[in-house]
Design a protein around this ligand. Structure first.
Ligand SMILES: NC(=O)c1ccc[n+]([C@@H]2O[C@H](COP(=O)([O-])OP(=O)(O)OC[C@H]3O[C@@H](n4cnc5c(N)ncnc54)[C@H](O)[C@@H]3O)[C@@H](O)[C@H]2O)c1
Length: 435
């Protein structure tokens, strides 16, 4: 079996490390973040992902998975090196590839025999070629190596499930040499007839951006329809549901909400637009997706402010849900950031509750906002409740009890979970998105 090093143990790297170990390889998870590696060595999860702790425990117990901060030794030990470090938004919307290029240099310096380098991070077209060049530049012993693009499509909140049950696996290579090894480490998927797409490096890199931009556009589109529905008195829930019944459209990613967020759609749409700009290609659809989503977040803020006749100063607002979606603790680019910051700018008092994202929130807002121990504690004394994340426990609120706790009964249900007539019958003002 292969010895695999995974560099970067964030949402993607950690999932890949656990998943590949579960498929039977011996895996070493590596990271520069000492605190993260220390937690993992103690068998603790640095992030919240359903189902991940059990598989971490299992694979560590079965001695297929260990963690270390010693990246150089890990590189020399491995037959296959996965790169899962971040590619955050940099200048002009371009992906910041510093971490990837640092890793490529360290790999080059520590090469001591043939190795396959597999990029899981989302990177612009040409990056894997550049990774190849950097490794080669520092490859003093002239050892052979290959670079593979194997983009990741997992959804946060379902990361482990998606890694173990992908819709497809994309393998981009320059030559066929690494293909057999990749088929072996993904053998359970290959045997299960998961489609494998073997292609070249630029196509593999492009598939990931095209997929994320399309999904972002779908979300932005239905949010745009919701804004129109708000004005014309139509119900976007029925519109979306009926559109989704059309096989050519499909129901997924047609859920109106407070705007897309997370660590992928915002930065990947920006990065694709930047890639296109660099090649003098206009991407009006991608550009408008980005604009539409920015606009949508401001529209949501306006809805809250206007409900208070433009005077939000001194009002107490409870925010339920901070994560950009349910089942994750990730608040990167979440709508909660825009909305809470806008409310604070207008001197509202904000009290928040999220089942998993409270620690991440404290790092952003410190003592500028209040942190409640549960949803009802957050709601107590509030003039408005803003529901932002579709956590299951927020789908079953005791609305009557909630309204009893409130000073002013304005309920902003920005996931369209509740029925307007039912909430209004209890004496509240109800604000949905396009309903
Ligand atoms: N999060 C997702 O849902 C998702 C899905 C598909 C693809 N991706 C892509 O995967 C990549 C990683 O995303 P993520 O969400 O896992 O990021 P993350 O921020 O959660 O994790 C990145 C990890 O890399 C580590 N790291 C940074 N520089 C390093 C270095 N030089 N050496 C070793 N470790 C280093 C960090 O400490 C961190 O633990 C990005 O390119 C992202 O676009 C993310």
């Amino acid at each position: 079996m292969y010895k695999i090093a995974v560099i970067g143990t964030g949402y993607v790297g950690l999932t890949a490390a656990i998943g590949l170990a579960n498929f039977g390889s011996t895996v070493l998870g590596l990271d520069i973040d000492a605190a993260k590696i220390e937690l993992l060595k103690q068998g603790k999860m640095p992030i919240y992902e359903p189902g991940m702790q059990d598989l971490l425990d299992k694979n560590v117990a079965e001695r297929r998975l260990v963690f270390s901060q010693d990246i150089e030794s890990g590189i020399r030990w491995a037959d296959i090196i996965f790169i899962g470090v971040g590619s955050p938004q940099g200048e002009d919307g371009r992906a910041d590839l510093t971490a990837l290029y640092n890793v490529a240099e360290i790999i080059g310096r520590n090469l001591d025999g043939y190795v396959i380098v597999v990029t899981k991070s989302t990177v612009p077209v040409g990056t894997n070629e550049k990774i190849y060049e950097i490794i080669n530049e520092y490859n003093q012993g002239n050892f052979e190596f290959d670079v593979v693009s194997n983009p990741e499509f997992l959804r946060e909140g379902k990361a482990m499930y998606d890694f173990l049950h992908p819709d497809r696996v994309v393998i981009g290579t320059k030559n066929p040499r690494p293909v057999e090894a990749l088929k072996k480490i993904y053998r359970p998927l290959y045997l299960n007839e998961v489609p494998f797409i073997f292609t070249d490096l630029p196509t593999a890199e492009m598939i990931k951006y095209a997929s994320n931009c399309f999904l972002a556009a779908k979300v932005a589109f239905i949010n745009e329809m919701a804004r129109v529905c708000d004005s014309v008195g139509a119900n976007v829930q029925t519109v979306a549901l009926t559109m989704g019944r059309d096989g050519r459209i499909g129901p997924k990613f047609l859920h109106p909400g407070p705007g897309y967020g997370g660590s992928c759609f915002p930065k990947d749409t920006q990065a694709l637009a930047a890639i296109a700009r660099d090649h003098n290609i206009a991407t009006p659809l991608v550009d408008s997706t980005i604009q539409s989503n920015v606009f949508h977040k401001e529209y949501i803020v306006q809805k809250v402010v206007e409900a208070f006749d433009g005077k939000i100063s001194g009002k107490r607002i409870a925010v339920l849900g901070l994560a950009f979606k349910a089942e994750t603790d990730d608040i990167r680019e979440a709508s909660s950031l825009t909305i809470i910051n806008r409310l604070l700018n207008q001197d509202a008092a904000v009290c928040v509750y999220d089942p998993q994202a409270m620690d991440n929130a404290r790092q952003i807002w410190s003592d500028v906002i209040e942190y409640a121990g549960n949803e009802y504690e957050a709601i107590k004394g509030a003039d408005g409740v803003v529901l932002l994340t579709e956590w299951n426990q927020f789908r079953n609120l005791d609305v009557a009890a909630m309204l009893d706790l409130m000073a002013d009964k304005k309920f902003f249900d920005f996931r369209n979970i509740y029925q307007r007539n039912e909430v209004e019958a209890l004496g509240a003002e109800y604000y949905g998105i396009g309903t």
